[in-house]
Design a protein around this ligand. Structure first.
Ligand code: GLP
Length: 236
């Protein structure tokens, strides 16, 4: 594992964007696994800047996102589809039809999950997967559990996740209680993994996940088994 500690969120964002940029430059038709949450916002802003400076071309890139809330359409400003459109896709030259986010409003969720995994497979897998980490160690929405779940699946969100994400909603009651998330198979099959985290409140979980026991009770700990993972952490 390549573990990097930096001083500021800006430095974290520049470094993470540089790693993704290198991927897109060396393989223009890359499949990028993308994440939401507050952690990647700076990284996306750096990628947009690189695109505006004509240093990056996303015209051949495909993206697959990790997760989506159940019951929110892409027009809902709290959906992860909306987040991606607003913070990245609308600001770069990626083809909209080559951006994939699980459909949280699918009538048949099981089918949606199966088709999401089939899509990732048909794309040849993910070249680089960007991840944040939840305070309970979740990646995507793979919550602490007795087992690691391989496939894309429906999850009941942990009360602590609902509380942590309530800051984006009018109240905790408005946070969806379920989500569809890529499973550990999709994440672990990515050729490279890049996890970013910032803030003093993430220090403990970073230590547990990357320097402690590998256990489904701390979902991110499985990444210790991945052959090419970079973790960038900034306390500030
Ligand atoms: C959310 C997302 C995760 C994200 C995590 C951390 O629940 N599903 O993909 O990594 O929480 O979010 P933040 O970066 O805002 O701390």
């Amino acid at each position: 594992m390549n573990y990097i500690e930096v001083e500021t969120y800006e430095e974290l964002s520049r470094k993470a964007a540089a790693i993704i940029a290198a991927q897109v430059i060396s393989k223009p038709e890359s499949v990028l696994g993308l994440a939401t949450g507050s952690s990647p916002l700076g990284t996306y802003a750096c990628l947009v800047k690189a695109y505006e400076n004509k240093d990056l071309d996303f015209s051949k890139v495909t993206s697959v996102n990790l997760d989506e809330y159940v019951g929110l359409t892409g027009e809902n400003d709290q959906s992860y589809r909306y987040f991606m459109n607003t913070n990245l896709f609308s600001k770069i030259n990626i083809r909209k039809e080559c951006t994939f986010v699980p459909n949280g409003c699918a009538d048949d969720v099981k089918k949606e999950c199966r088709e999401y995994d089939e899509r990732i497979e048909s794309l040849g897998g993910i070249d680089i997967q960007l991840l944040g980490i939840g305070l309970d160690g979740h990646i995507g929405f793979n919550e602490p559990d007795e087992v690691f779940t391989k496939e894309t699946h429906l999850v009941d969100l942990d009360p602590s996740t609902i509380e942590a994400n309530a800051r984006f909603f009018p109240s905790a009651d408005d946070v969806p209680k379920q989500a569809v998330t890529m499973g550990m198979g999709g994440i672990m099959n990515a050729k490279k993994v890049l996890l970013i985290a910032n803030g003093k409140n993430k220090e403990e979980i970073i230590k547990k996940a990357f320097f402690g026991t590998i256990t489904p009770k701390i979902p991110a700990s499985i990444l210790q088994l991945h052959p090419d993972v970079t973790v960038i952490y900034s306390k500030n």
